[in-house]
Write a protein that binds this ligand. Structure first.
Ligand code: ZN
Length: 277
């Protein structure tokens, strides 16, 4: 037991003179004490939690904006396709109308020729041509009627799609503005915090850092390092046995919650970090 005491990093007592402070600093540089490791870990958690809070503020908005963007793009493509189809159908109608005009001119020409024929055979032959042209005209008129009814149906679809498109586009602009406002408000703060988090992480050894990230990513609240609060784990709120609480505040080793695996820190570590600014 006496052996561990020599290794134990006592709380940093206020140095009575400059020399002893310097000595302490030199010693901790050689080997970072557990207390300092815990402070670094909690500092990292402190900044990461603030970044988390900003991201929570943004919430589902980025996803909602993405979904709306996809939907608007889809509606745009659909509208363009139907409008192309409509244009083609209208060209069809124009073509058929031109065809009818030509056929009628041809009929007029044949009827004129009938007045000048020399025999019945020629006359009958022209009559057959006229009859044929009339049938063609009837067929074209039937097609025009069908196409026009198809155009009417498509126009209804275009109208409905246009209304939906405009609605969604408005929703999108609204949500986008909301998101842009939140980002503008918090962007600088988030970047600063992220920088501080990155800087804090640099001071932490790989093994501890990956343990922290592992616990944090499994936890809904993003907490990997938590304070002991009224004798309980600040992450899962399970009670911590008194002996374990003593071990935590002695800073002899890194102690995790038996229930949730989060790294536990005492008030000393919390105050070191939260009292920094
Ligand atoms: Zn716990």
């Amino acid at each position: 037991m006496a052996k561990t005491e020599t290794k134990a990093p006592a709380k940093e007592e206020k140095a009575s003179n400059g020399a002893s402070t310097k000595a302490t600093n030199a010693a901790s540089k050689a080997e970072i004490t557990i207390a300092e490791k815990l402070v670094e870990l909690f500092r990292l958690q402190h900044f990461d939690s603030q970044v988390d809070r900003i991201k929570t503020q943004r919430g589902e908005l980025p996803l909602e904006v993405q979904d709306l963007e996809d939907e608007v793009a889809g509606l745009e493509t659909r509208l363009k396709k139907i409008q192309d189809e409509l244009a083609e159908l209208e060209t069809n109608v124009t073509d058929k109308n031109n065809f009818i005009k030509d056929a009628k001119a041809t009929i007029k020409k044949y009827e004129g020729q009938q007045g000048k024929v020399r025999n019945n055979r020629e006359y009958d032959s022209l009559s057959k041509e006229v009859e044929f042209q009339n049938l063609e005209i009837q067929l074209a008129e039937k097609r025009i009627k069908e196409t026009k009814s198809l155009i009417d149906t498509k126009k209804v679809v275009v109208d409905e799609s246009t209304v939906l498109y405009k609605e969604r586009k408005k929703d999108l602009e609204h949500k986008k503005k909301e998101l842009d406002d939140i980002i503008a408000e918090t962007e600088k703060e988030e970047k600063d915090l992220q920088k501080k988090s990155d800087a804090a992480a640099k001071h932490i050894e790989e093994r501890l850092l990956s343990a922290y990230h592992r616990v944090r990513s499994n936890a809904r609240n993003g907490l990997g390092v938590v304070p002991v609060q009224r004798g309980s784990c600040g992450g899962c709120f399970n009670a911590i046995p008194p002996q374990r609480q003593l071990d935590i505040s002695s800073h002899k080793k890194i102690i995790v919650c038996e229930h949730c695996g989060r790294i536990l820190v005492d008030d000393y570590v919390v105050e070191r970090v939260t009292g920094e600014k």
